[in-house]
Design a protein around this ligand. Structure first.
Ligand code: FAD
Ligand code: 2HG
Ligand code: ZN
Length: 491
C-alpha cells in the first residue's frame, strides 16, 4: 500500500553540516543501507496522516540490532535527532520528519526468528510486516490475532510503538497484550534486552511496557517475543442492520451473554460510510436488500472445529430479531462472502480520502456513553458547520469510534480545515467530559502532540517528562512527537 502523497525531498545544507556523521554512517551501512539521494528518498517521505513531510537528513536502513545500535550511538554523539520508521501507515504523522532528522527505517529487519509452539510464542524482528507475522504463525499451526486494514504494509515495530488496536481487540486486547518480550535500542545506542517469553515475571518494573505505545520517543524497538493463540477453525460472520448505535451496544450485551468470548469482532458502520465505500468500490455490494441507518459486522470464532457456530449465530440473531434489537441480518454462506463483508469494512479509509478533505477523530468511550456522544456531537456539528458530512464507523465492541468529518461538497479544503480546528476542540472536550480518550489506537504523533498538555494532569505530565528526560536526555528520539518539549508548547 503506497501512502497517498509521496514527494521528493532532500536537504543539501543539512547534509553538509553533518558530513562527518554521514561518512561514518556510509562506512557502517554501505550504500544499500544509507539512502541520501533525493529520487530514492521520496518513498520514505509520507504516511497516511495527511500532514506535509519535513526535510530529513537521510534514511538509514540498518539490517541488525547491532547496526541500529551503532546508528543511534552516532546520532547521539553528533546530536542528530532520529525518527524510527516502520511501514508508514500511521495516521498521526509519527514516522515522518519534522525537518533535519535521520529517518531510521526498520524494513530490512524482517526475519521471523523463531516459532516456539510449546511456549506458544514467536520471536520476530521489528521490521516484519504484520501479515508476514500472521502467516508465519498460521504456517506453524498457531494464530496471531492482531488484525487491521493496513496489515499488508504496517510493521510489528510500528504496531507495538503505536499500541495498535484493530478489529480483534474485543477478544484479544490491543498490541500491548500481544507482547511477552522486547528488545530496544536506547537513545544512547545501548541495547536493552527484555526478550523473556514469560507470562509471569514479577521481578520489578515491567520495562517493556514503557516502550509500547511510546511512538518511538523512548527508543527503537528491534525485536519482540509475541504471544500466540490456538487457531480458530470454527467461525461465522454476519452483516447486521440495527436502528441506532445504542441498539448496537445493547446487541453486543445480548450476544456476549450468550456466546461470550467467541465474539472476536464487533464493528459499527453508519449508512453514509457504507454509501461512500459502495461509491468508490466497483465490486462492492450492499449485503442487505434494503438500506438501514447503521450496521454491525461481527465475527465469531472458536478453536473447536466441530462447533457449528453458524447454526449458533442463526439462533442467537433470531432471538435478537424477535427482541427488536436487530432490523435485518445476513450470515456469510462462504469464505468468499466473508471476504466481501470484510472488504466493505477494509475500504473505509480509501473511500473517505477519495471524497476530499477529512478531519479524523480516533476516540474511545465507555460503551454506555457511545450513544450520548453521537447525539451531542452530531447536533453540535450540524449547528456549527453547514454541509459537513459526519462519517462514523469503528471498533464499537471495544468502545473505539472513528468519528470523521468530511468537507461539505464543493467547499474549499483549507477553509474547512480551518473551521474544523475549533470544532475538533469541542468534540474532544465532549469526549473528555464523558470519560473518553481522544486517541484510542492511532497515537498522538505530530498531529495531536500539542493536545497532551490539555489532556493530562500536571502530575501525569511531570512523570511522563521525567521518563523522557531519563531515557532521552538530549531529546533526540522522535523529537516533537507525542510529548513535545514544554518550550514548544503552543499557546
Ligand atoms: P509507522 O507509521 O511507520 O510509525 C508509527 C509510529 O511508530 C511512529 O511514531 C514511528 O516513529 C514509530 N515506530 C515505527 N517503528 C518503530 C520501531 N521499530 N521502534 C520504535 N518506534 C517505531 N491502526 C489501528 O490501530 N487500528 C486499525 O484498525 C488501523 N487500520 C488502518 C487501516 C488503514 C487502511 C491504514 C492506512 C492505517 C490503519 N491504522 C490502524 C493505522 C496504522 O496502520 C497503525 O498505526 C500501525 O500500527 C502503524 O504501523 P507502521 O509500521 O506503519 O508504523
Ligand atoms: C480503521 O479502523 C482504521 O479502519 C482507519 O483505524 C480509520 O480511516 C480511519 O479514520
Ligand atoms: Zn480503527
Amino acid at each position: 500500500m503506497l501512502p497517498p502523497h509521496t514527494m521528493p525531498f532532500h536537504n543539501p545544507a543539512l547534509f553538509a553540516r553533518n558530513e562527518t556523521m554521514m561518512r561514518s554512517l556510509r562506512d557502517l551501512l554501505g550504500s544499500y543501507g544509507l539512502i541520501d539521494q533525493p529520487d530514492q528518498m521520496s518513498g520514505y517521505a509520507a504516511d497516511w496522516s495527511g500532514v506535509s513531510p519535513g526535510l530529513p537528513l537521510a534514511v538509514a536502513r540498518p539490517a541488525s540490532t547491532a547496526e541500529v545500535s551503532a546508528v543511534v550511538r552516532l546520532c547521539a554523539e553528533h546530536g542528530v535527532p532520529v525518527v524510527p520508521q516502520g511501514g508508514m501507515t500511521g495516521m498521526a504523522g509519527g514516522a515522518m520528519s519534522l525537518g533535519g532528522e535521520l529517518l531510521l527505517n526498520l524494513s530490512r529487519m524482517n526475519r521471523v526468528v523463531d516459532v516456539d509452539l510449546l511456549n506458544q510464542t514467536m520471536t520476530v524482528e521489528a521490521g516484519c510486516v504484520l501479515q508476514q507475522v500472521k502467516d508465519a504463525a498460521a504456517a506453524a499451526g498457531a494464530y496471531f490475532p492482531l488484525a487491521l486494514g493496513a496489515q499488508g504494509s504496517c510493521q510489528i515495530g510500528g504496531n507495538l510503538s503505536t499500541n495498535a488496536g484493530g478489529v480483534n481487540v474485543l477478544r484479544y486486547g490491543n498490541a500491548r497484550s500481544a507482547v511477552l518480550g522486547l528488545e530496544v535500542v536506547l537513545a544512547d545506542g545501548e541495547v536493552l534486552n527484555l526478550m523473556r517469553g514469560l507470562r509471569k515475571d514479577n521481578t520489578g518494573y515491567d520495562l517493556k511496557q514503557m516502550f509500547i505505545g511510546a511512538e518511538g520517543t523512548l527508543g527503537v524497538i528491534t525485536r519482540a517475543v509475541l504471544q500466540l493463540y490456538p487457531m480458530t477453525p470454527a467461525s461465522s460472520t454476519a452483516w447486521i442492520a440495527v436502528d441506532s448505535p445504542s441498539a448496537a451496544v445493547e446487541l453486543l450485551r445480548h450476544l456476549r451473554a450468550r456466546v461470550g468470548e467467541r465474539i472476536s469482532s464487533f464493528e459499527l458502520i453508519s449508512r453514509p460510510m457504507l454509501e461512500l465505500v459502495l461509491a468508490h468500490h466497483q465490486q462492492g455490494r450492499d449485503p442487505l436488500t434494503e438500506p438501514h441507518p447503521w450496521y454491525v459486522l461481527t465475527e465469531w470464532s472458536d478453536s473447536m472445529a466441530s462447533l457449528d457456530l453458524r447454526a449458533q449465530m442463526e439462533h442467537v440473531l433470531g432471538e435478537a430479531l424477535e427482541a427488536g434489537l436487530v432490523r435485518d441480518a445476513t450470515i456469510a454462506e462462504s469464505l468468499a462472502q466473508v471476504g466481501q463483508f470484510w472488504s466493505l469494512r477494509e475500504r473505509v479509509t480509501e473511500a473517505q480520502r477519495a471524497e476530499g478533505a477529512i478531519v479524523k477523530h480516533d476516540i474511545a468511550l465507555p460503551l454506555s456513553k457511545v450513544a450520548r456522544f453521537l447525539d451531542d456531537a452530531g447536533a453540535f456539528i450540524a449547528a456549527t458547520l453547514a454541509g459537513a458530512r459526519v462519517i462514523v464507523f469503528g471498533h464499537v465492541g471495544d468502545g473505539n469510534l472513528h468519528y470523521n468529518v468530511l468537507q461539505p461538497r464543493g467547499a474549499a479544503a483549507k477553509d474547512f480545515e480551518l473551521a474544523m480546528k475549533a470544532v475538533s476542540r469541542r468534540v474532544y472536550e465532549m469526549v473528555s467530559e464523558l470519560g473518553g480518550s481522544i486517541s484510542a489506537e492511532h497515537g498522538l504523533g505530530q498531529l495531536k502532540a500539542q493536545q497532551v498538555f490539555a489532556l493530562k494532569s500536571r502530575t501525569e505530565l511531570r512523570v511522563m517528562q521525567a521518563l523522557k528526560r531519563a531515557l532521552d536526555p538530549q531529546d533526540l528520539m522522535n523529537r516533537g512527537k507525542l510529548l513535545p518539549h514544554p518550550t514548544e508548547r503552543n499557546p
